[in-house]
Design a protein. Structure first.
Length: 657
């Protein structure tokens, strides 16, 4: 693990922040959790599951007789949406605010648990009236508005399976995900507000379904958010607002088996084809709610919680749509971008709603750092008492800034490591218990077992960088890759026998705290979003200009990594296009069209050849060095000799992949 060794020397952190006595005294998580989990791990998880309401209590905890296909609480039955909504109303908390919605233009709404329950019941009735049944797949392509959560909850309520596709993905990406899941229905909106204007979503759905593609789709349910003009296909498209107005608000949630599929979420892997990660109901909700409560120290009666993730990502599933609702939390949902109308927007929201728990990504923190402390300092952030970080390693500088400027110098920071596949947080300090160390995700949560292994699977001790593996099944683990059980086994369970291979490098430091060292495969992490080098390469070579492409994630001060593409062009095609063609822009636009703006390369470098090993493997390590050596800029130089000189210089100097 050469990569790990490089970072190895940099990781040494002496700062510790012990919990204050006051915080510990009121903390939800108690140190006994660790002991309970150690004494009897399965019973510990069963106890966490019992915080949920089971229509039929489970008697089995884990069935691991056919690894890696796990079943948790398999003979139990529950309704996920009932657990997130009705039961809070029945317990007398119907008037508690479930969602404080802040639209980007400044419109706002407060939705109580009673109101949200009614909305979800109506939406469930709309879905039923459209012929959606338990097990059917429903694609959701929505902006960050409460109706997105209503849609997810309504799908869950009737035992159907949602596949949320991030609004930043293109029509092409949408189409392939709808096809793969064979979705019967698409729930979308005319558009949403982003960066000060109404941006459209419905046209991408129309394009995704055009030309006879996605024949599985019978209907498109369209929520009117912006009231912009949209195309309308009679007989296929249904007005969500009208349908809701007419729907009955009576719906009794039926219980489903614990292993009823809940959702599919596509994520990038090492090949060109995204994987549909499958999660089921009882185990997923158990771990989402257990982690949400303990990791964020949630006091549902008094806290105002805000996770800034979009519902298009796993964080928006577990820590917006499910965990907080299962726990009866009051949460903020914000539609727009952090810089609209200015960089004070988030902090004005914290001030307005008295946010006490904030969960966001290091990229955002670094962007705020760059803008300067004077922006957040203009707002009253004194309500903040817990801060969370997710999606990528948080560097100690950003950690310190986050604590000092946003957390008033005292809020504990929980650096949470997990993945789309793990479904919920796996490694994190517990506030009130753990003495915090900037930059480290620290220790596995009670109930989670991890090891760091070398390439041969031997367990590594402290101060050795290796591969992160999860050695025991956990309730919210992925149950498979949609339609591809072989790929599931191959990707996660074949590197080490019977052990889950996460794809991350890691090491324990001398205190036994865990440091994440980034991906060890060809998956990039840009702004905490997962992108596959292979997927972007295949988008690039699908353009007529490109003969060959290699994509790497180069270090980037703000976004963690940035997409840099090296391309060999087809001269004859270029000549046809004319000498003034802006190749870089054309190719970057092409990737945006094929995958979405998040995959748009920061830099395209045109080269005459790509450095390869004798076996023909592209030497990515070397390309990454080249990309990181070069000044940042979106410049392209045809047959860039400078780049080629660097490449050949490095090859001559014996660099290897
Ligand atoms: O490399 C790890 C990184 O994000 C990957 C998972 O990406 P995704 O499935 O999109 O889920 C992101 C949100 C949970 C991991 O393999 N990652 C996630 N959290 C951290 C992290 N790297 C370091 N520290 C973290 N806290």
């Amino acid at each position: 693990m050469s990569e790990g060794h490089e970072i190895d020397n940099l990781l040494h952190e002496d700062r510790h922040f012990a919990p204050t006595r006051d915080f510990s005294a009121q903390a939800i998580a108690q140190p006994t959790l660790y002991q309970e989990a150690k004494d009897n791990r399965l019973e510990f998880w069963a106890n966490q599951a019992r915080y949920l309401d089971w229509a039929k209590p489970f008697t089995e905890i884990l069935d691991w007789s056919n690894p890696p296909f796990a079943k948790w609480f398999a003979d139990g039955e529950l309704n996920v949406s009932y657990n997130c909504l009705d039961r809070h109303v029945e317990a007398g908390n119907g008037n508690r605010v479930a969602v404080y919605f802040e639209g980007e233009p400044g419109d706002s709404r407060e939705i109580t648990y009673a109101e949200l329950t009614t909305q979800v019941k109506k939406a469930a009735n709309v879905l039923i009236s459209m012929g959606i049944k338990a097990g059917d797949r429903v694609a959701i392509y929505m902006p960050m508005i409460p109706e997105a959560v209503v849609a997810m909850q309504a799908v869950a309520r009737i035992g159907a399976v949602h596949s949320v596709i991030f609004g930043g993905f293109s029509a092409e990406s949408l189409s392939s995900r709808i096809e793969d899941a064979q979705a019967k229905l698409v729930i979308t909106a005319d558009g949403g507000y982003r960066k000060g204007k109404a941006s459209a979503l419905k046209p991408a759905v129309d394009a995704a379904l055009s030309g006879g593609r996605c024949p599985s789709v019978d209907n498109v349910l369209v929520f009117k958010r912006t009231n912009q003009e949209v195309g309308w296909v009679e007989g296929r498209d249904v007005d969500f607002n009208l349908a809701m107005a007419e729907a009955s608000d009576e719906h009794v949630a039926q219980a489903f088996p614990a292993e009823q599929p809940l959702f599919i979420l596509y994520t990038s892997g090492t090949t060109g084809q995204p994987k549909g990660i499958l999660h089921t109901s009882g185990g997923y909700l158990t771990q989402a709610s257990y982690t949400h409560k303990n990791v964020f120290d949630l006091h549902p009666e008094t806290d105002v919680y805000w996770c800034t993730a979009d519902i298009g990502w796993i964080t928006g599933h577990s820590y917006v749509a499910y965990g907080p609702l299962a726990n009866g939390a009051s949460q903020v949902i914000y539609e727009g971008t952090p810089e609209t109308p200015d960089w004070g927007r988030w902090w004005s929201i914290v001030q307005k709603y008295g946010v006490s728990i904030l969960y966001t990504a290091p990229t955002a923190i670094r962007s705020f750092m760059k803008m300067g402390s004077q922006v957040p300092n203009q707002y009253n952030l004194s309500t903040i008492r817990v801060l969370g970080s997710v999606g990528e390693p948080i560097n100690p500088e950003a950690w310190m800034w986050y604590r000092k400027v946003i957390g008033g110098g005292h809020a504990p920071i929980v650096d949470t490591w997990w993945q789309t596949e793990t479904g919920a947080i796996m490694i994190s300090p517990l506030p009130g218990i753990t003495s915090l160390k900037p930059g480290s995700a620290q220790i596995p949560l009670p109930g989670i077992e991890v090891e760091i292994l070398d390439d041969e699977g031997a367990v590594l001790g402290r101060n050795h960088a290796g591969l992160l593996a999860i050695t025991e099944p956990w309730p919210s683990m992925l149950r498979g890759i949609w339609g591809d059980p072989e790929r599931f086994v191959e990707t996660y369970w074949s590197k080490f026998e019977g052990v889950y291979f996460a794809g991350d490098g890691a090491k324990w430091d001398e205190d036994g705290d865990l440091w994440l060292l980034g991906r060890v495969d060809d998956v990039m992490n840009v702004s905490g979003h997962r992108l596959s080098t292979a997927e972007i390469e295949s988008a690039l070579v699908s353009h007529e200009f490109v003969a060959e492409a290699a994509v790497v994630g180069a270090k980037d001060e703000t976004t963690g990594q940035a997409v840099v593409a090296f391309v060999i062009l087809r001269q004859n095609q270029l000549e046809k296009a004319g000498s003034d063609a802006d190749v870089s822009k054309i190719l970057r636009d092409h990737v945006t069209k094929e995958i979405g703006p998040i995959a748009r390369p920061r830099t395209i470098m045109v080269v005459a050849e790509l450095p390869k090993t004798r076996s023909g493997k592209i030497m990515r390590r070397l390309l990454r060095d080249v990309a990181e050596d070069r000044p940042i800029g979106d410049v392209t130089t045809l047959a860039d000799t400078a780049v080629m000189d660097i490449i050949s210089g490095k090859v001559a100097a014996g660099a290897s992949d």
